[in-house]
Design a protein around this ligand. Sequence first.
Ligand SMILES: *Cc1c(COP(=O)(O)O)cnc(C)c1O
Length: 370
Amino acid sequence: MRVPFLELKRESERHRTELERAIARVLARGWYILGPELEALEQEFARYLNVPFAAGVGSGTDALSLALEASEAVRPGEGDEVVTSVLSAAFSALAILRAGAIPRFADIDPATLQIDPRCIETGFGERTRAILPVHLYGHVCDMRQIGELARRHRLIVIEDACQAHGSRLDGNALGTFGFAAGFSFYPTKNLGALGDAGMVVTSDEGICLRVKKLRHGGQSRTYYHELPGCNSRLDEIQAAVLRLRLETLEAGNDTRRHMARAYDEAFADLDLTLLPVRPGLEPNRHLYPVRTRRREELRRYLSDHGIETLVHYPVPLSRQPALSRFVLPGQEFPVAERAAREIFSLPLNPELTEAEQQFTIEIVRRFFQK
Ligand SMILES: *Cc1c(COP(=O)(O)O)cnc(C)c1O
């Protein structure tokens, strides 16, 4: 048996008719940019999260950088700093750079692998203006402590919710705890487009209006450019596809949770560290990371049996050539360094068959029992 980590074609084949119908609707209208599909998607996604405002943009990276820029907490090119998690997709930090600010890093909590509030202050420089916590794997950062820290130092919080579509803490959707949040609709996310797309959500109408201006060249009206904006629009075809897929997001997340429970139970007695779920958190199970000192050996064993796994992420941002110069003198990240050597993700997505998951479970168990 071959178990792919994620095979996007399975979903698009299964929903081919509906997808083609959604795309045909846009073709028939002949309106491709900033039209009725995007407006409807913004409303529907905002309603789904229970947040007042949403603005569709070209990617998750742009959602984060435009949210930062629109918040006016960082002034481009002035040396303002934003602290984020050292263990994330590099795009979290690249978005800070794109907004004209300087990324700084904080180490992670050894159990949850999320940004450690106790380490955030070590990432503070002279001009820290914001914190960009990343809800990694669809789990949740300690938003209470991060909120307190932000209040004490008068910082704003922009959530990187690019992996957190539909995760809830005490019933509230992730992405609604900060000043604003950025979501990604990259094809592999729980809510994915057929290309690049992203969304800023916020309870601040001013931020939403500024993002909408910035994404469209900073125009206040056609051909009048008030702000030095960019071109980052979520197009009508992607919006139509995302509206369709939003309808099945909850069901997909439920399937993921069901699968995660099956893994949790099957691995409970093994020498394999699972990610704990914080009380009150309903994770969307974007990824299913596990942790072991024997990672390389186990990944090879799984690969030899046709099971594909990935590492999220193998290199902490502090050691990425593009970002290492932003590490403060003397700053170290021992927890993230160790995690980066021990974590990897098992296949988990709504298209994975029960037989594939059972096979994966069997091979993991066989590895520890041999
Ligand atoms: C996917 C992702 C991004 C970037 O989103 P894009 O749509 O690819 O630009 C940023 N942060 C995290 C944590 C992500 O997983």
